[in-house]
Design a protein around this ligand. Structure first.
Ligand code: R5P
Length: 287
């Protein structure tokens, strides 16, 4: 088996290679004079089971991922598993207004042309799974986050919106503490109203858990409300730390700790998803 790493997921690629004791292929990356991307897989993946591990966070990431998929397919491997720790564009999983594309469908269909299966982590919405004609697995990350927070004396787990309530309920059940969600209502495209459930937050340690932190607006507003209500320690955690426009620098001022997984590599990636991806892979291909 070979792992081909895109430039967006070296760490997860290396961890998977160590778990499976398999090779990570070298990839030559250059830019043509007009800035178009040039890629070349160095190792011979003919007849091999190949994992292409990479994210689709930016437009350039997507081009890289698709070019690598084609490069692998041209070598006639035994199988291709598309491992996408952070599946970008997944928040546009439906048409909200006329004239819009269904972005997550576009990328799913593109991968379908090349791969035998897709494995991703905590999709924003599972509707995206329905756009695939090949097996598409969405891994939920509970245990690694539980292990990270189990000794921090958390009093309760809170989702910043009702959409994440199932996730925090699972986490709270493992920790043996209550779960809550903040009532978040979008007033217009720029205004969001958030109402905290009526609880005693005084001197409490609260784990704020979300699927993604992008601009940080949601997590900062929630943290601010909890702080004003007397919370002692606020731990902000998300699966995917996108941190648009370096929002992490602002978020740090609102919380006691910021922790994310390594689906996107950041300095806050204290929690790895590699073991969960590996467990999912073991049940799908004979390794
Ligand atoms: C919303 O549905 C998501 O679960 C996140 O809460 C949201 O996408 C976070 O975005 P931001 O960090 O820009 O507030």
């Amino acid at each position: 088996m070979y792992i081909v790493p895109s430039s967006t997921a070296y760490n997860v690629s290396r961890k998977l290679a160590s778990i499976f004791s398999c090779n990570v292929s070298g990839v030559v990356r250059k830019r043509f004079p007009d800035n178009e991307m040039y890629l070349k897989i160095i190792d011979d993946v003919n007849g091999e089971d190949v994992l292409l591990v990479g994210n689709t966070r930016s437009d350039s990431d997507i081009v890289e991922y698709l070019l690598l998929l084609d490069a692998i397919k041209e070598e006639d491997p035994k199988s291709i598993t598309a491992v996408v720790p952070f599946f970008g564009y997944a928040r546009q999983h439906m048409r909200y207004n006329n004239g819009e594309p269904v972005s997550s469908k576009v990328f799913t269909k593109a991968i379908n042309q090349y791969a035998d299966r897709i494995i991703t982590v905590e999709l924003h919405n599972e509707q995206t799974l329905d756009y695939s004609d090949i097996p598409f697995t969405n891994i939920k990350i509970i245990n690694p986050i539980y292990n990270y927070f189990k000794n921090k004396n958390i009093d309760f787990v809170m989702s910043p919106d009702d959409g994440g309530y199932e996730r925090v309920k699972l986490m709270a059940a493992k920790l043996g503490i209550p779960a809550y969600y903040i009532d978040k209502k979008r007033i217009d495209s720029t205004t969001v109203k958030m109402i905290l459930p009526e609880e005693d937050y005084g001197d409490k340690n609260i784990l704020l858990l979300d699927d993604i932190i992008s601009t940080g607006g949601t997590i900062m507003k929630a943290s601010n409300m909890l702080r004003r209500s007397g919370a002692k320690n606020i731990y902000a955690c998300a699966i995917h730390g996108v941190f648009a426009n370096n929002s992490n620098e602002k978020i740090e001022k609102y919380v006691n700790e910021l922790a994310v997984t390594d689906t996107i590599e950041t300095k806050y990636s204290n929690i790895t998803v590699a073991d969960e991806i590996a467990a999912s892979l073991k049940s799908k291909i004979s390794i």
